[in-house]
Structures are given as structure tokens and as C-alpha cells.
Design a protein. Sequence first.
Length: 218
Amino acid sequence: RRASGVLMLPSFVDAFPSPSAELDGRYFAIDLGGTGLKIVQIAIRGGRLADVEKHEWAIPARCYDTDGGGLMPWIVDCFAERMNTNTNATYKIGFCYSFACRQDNLDHGEQIMWTKRFRGTGLLGTDVVQALRDEFARRGIEVVIPALMNDSVASLVGAQFADPRVRASVILGTGTNCALVEDVRNIKTLPDVYRKHGDQMIVNTEWGDCVLPEMEPE
């Protein structure tokens, strides 16, 4: 049974992007959803998005049974296949992970539950960022993964490049979810040390990963 109520998970995203030449470079995104994987390579020049290369895969049936431990190796296989990885490069990767994680920092999140078609106990209670780093390390691929975001949070961050007034995003896909900008003073589960970083933070509601009491199955 899923958790009752809306999880309202702090994302630790408390700053928003703005065009700057300091961002210039090549970046990657790994986006795992309910039915597919996307790997995106982007180039930023002059502080603006200059080029996007995207590849997509359907998740193989074997990866839905998480007890088999094959999900992270498959993700790295896909990345290495399309990105022509070599041992002389360091890949800067943002990890978009569409499953509820309890975060205590931007680059750390322990998985709470599986939803959609996934089953088993694999990765539950595990830092999914470190699990991905470890798999890359096993292949001899050097990576930096500075951020873990749910797809709704990532959509809200990305929208800032188009319109900095955007303050909420909604995902309608295999599941549904919403993220919104909240005043830090209203986020009661946030450790005190993080209240000094900024006045606002994005919250991942996880409204699709809960069952309210009146909706619980009999």
C-alpha cells in the first residue's frame, strides 16, 4: 500500500538558472521515467542553449523486477553506447529520476518506494545517485552527478530559461505529479542548516504516489 497523504518532498533546489556565459560547456541528462529512458546531451554557448541531442529507449521487461539488480547497469550501458564514452573525459550528468526519493542534499536521495510497473525491493532505502556513480565507476567512466531531480522538479527548473515567472509544473505521463516553489519558512521538514541558503525552494509534491484515505483500495 502506498503512503497516505501527499509526501511534499523538499528538492534542495533553492536557486534558479539564469543565462550566463559561466554555464558554457557540454552537459548530459539521464531521465528515467515509467516506461522509457532518455539520455540528452546539450551544449550551452553564450549562456544560451545551443544544441540538443536526444536518445530514447524503452525499458526492457527484465528491469521492472528491481530485485534482479539490472536497472542501473542497463542505464549505463545505454549511456556508453550512445555517448561514445572514453576514459579521458569527465561527464557532467544531471539525474532525472521519476520515483520518490527522500533527499537531504541536491545530489543525494534515498528511494522511498517503487511505482508504475516496477516491483521488488531493489534500490529501496538506497542513495540512487551513488548507485549510478558506482555503476559508472565499474565501467571506468568518470562522471560528476551534481543534481538529482524528479521529472516535475526538472521541468520547473528548465522552464526558468523560458520564463522566470514560472512557479509550478505538472507532469502528465505514465503517472502524474506536480512541483511548486514554496517559501522555505513553510517547509517544516527542512533541516535548519538549509534555511539559510535561500528564501524559496522547489517542493516535489508526489501527489501521484499517494493514496488518500477515501481512495484506498478495499
